[in-house]
Design a protein around this ligand. Structure first.
Ligand code: F6R
Length: 259
């Protein structure tokens, strides 16, 4: 794992956006795995800023999002399709037909989840997958105890995840109980992983992911098995890491150092 620690949230978002831009510049027909959530808002804002400065295009980029709620219509303001369109896709030249999210709004949701997995497997593979982390260590909606070998499927959300996402709905009864999510093995299949975490509320989960044992009780810890994972965290999210000095020594100010 490459651990890049930045002074603050802004610099973490800036760094993540730069790495996404780099992936697009290096491979203009790259396949990106994308995440939603509060952390990614400033990452996407910065990526849009970079795009507006010119010099690169998303025209031939394809994307697969990690997850979508079950039973929330695409047009609903809290759907992840709505989030992606309004926070990223509407502001760049990506072709909407090349953007994919799991379909959580049909009766045969399990079957659609399998189709989504097949579609990913039928592509040339995700070049870079962007990930956030939940306070409970989830990535995508792979809640604790998710199989480390899991593929895209329906998952029941924990009460803590539902409480965290209450801010996007009017009341707790409206927060979905289920979501379709890429599995942990689907995520591991990506050629590169890029996880971003900011704020003290994520410190515990980050410490378990980076320095704990690989365990389904912290699904993000599976990234220890991925050869090319970069973790971008601000100082607050890094505050519970035991080897903090070491990471800061290897990558001063969160800069990538090449030998
Ligand atoms: C969302 C997703 C989730 C979030 C995680 C962190 O597509 O995959 O795993 O990345 O819940 O969410 P925030 O950034 O809102 O703390």
């Amino acid at each position: 794992m490459k651990i890049l620690i930045t002074e603050n949230e802004e610099l973490a978002s800036q760094k993540a956006a730069s790495l996404l831009k780099q992936a697009v510049v290096e491979k203009p027909n790259a396949i990106l795995g994308l995440a939603t959530g509060g952390t990614m808002l400033s990452v996407y804002e910065r990526l849009i800023g970079m795009y507006r400065l010119g010099g690169f295009s998303f025209e031939n980029i394809m994307s697969f999002n990690l997850d979508e709620y079950v039973g929330v219509a695409e047009e609903h303001h809290a759907s992840y399709r709505h989030y992606m369109n309004s926070n990223l896709f509407d502001h760049i030249d990506i072709q909407i037909k090349n953007t994919h999210l799991p379909n959580g709004n049909e009766l045969n949701v399990e079957q659609n989840a399998k189709k989504y997995e097949k579609k990913i497997q039928g592509s040339s593979g995700i070049d870079l997958i962007l990930l956030g982390i939940g306070k409970n260590g989830h990535i995508g909606f792979n809640e604790p105890t998710s199989s480390l070998a899991s593929r895209t499927r329906v998952k029941t959300l924990t009460q803590s995840t539902r409480n965290q996402n209450l801010k996007y709905f009017d009341k707790i009864e409206d927060v979905p109980k289920y979501a379709v999510t890429m599995g942990l093995q689907t995520i591991l299949d990506a050629k590169k992983c890029l996880l971003v975490a900011t704020g003290a509320a994520k410190a515990q989960a980050v410490a378990k992911m980076v320095e704990g044992g690989v365990s389904a009780s912290c699904p993000a810890s599976i990234l220890q098995h991925h050869e090319k994972t970069t973790i971008i965290i601000d100082k607050a999210a890094a505050s519970k890491l035991k080897l903090l000095d070491y990471y800061e020594n290897v990558h001063p100010n969160g800069e990538e150092v090449y030998f």
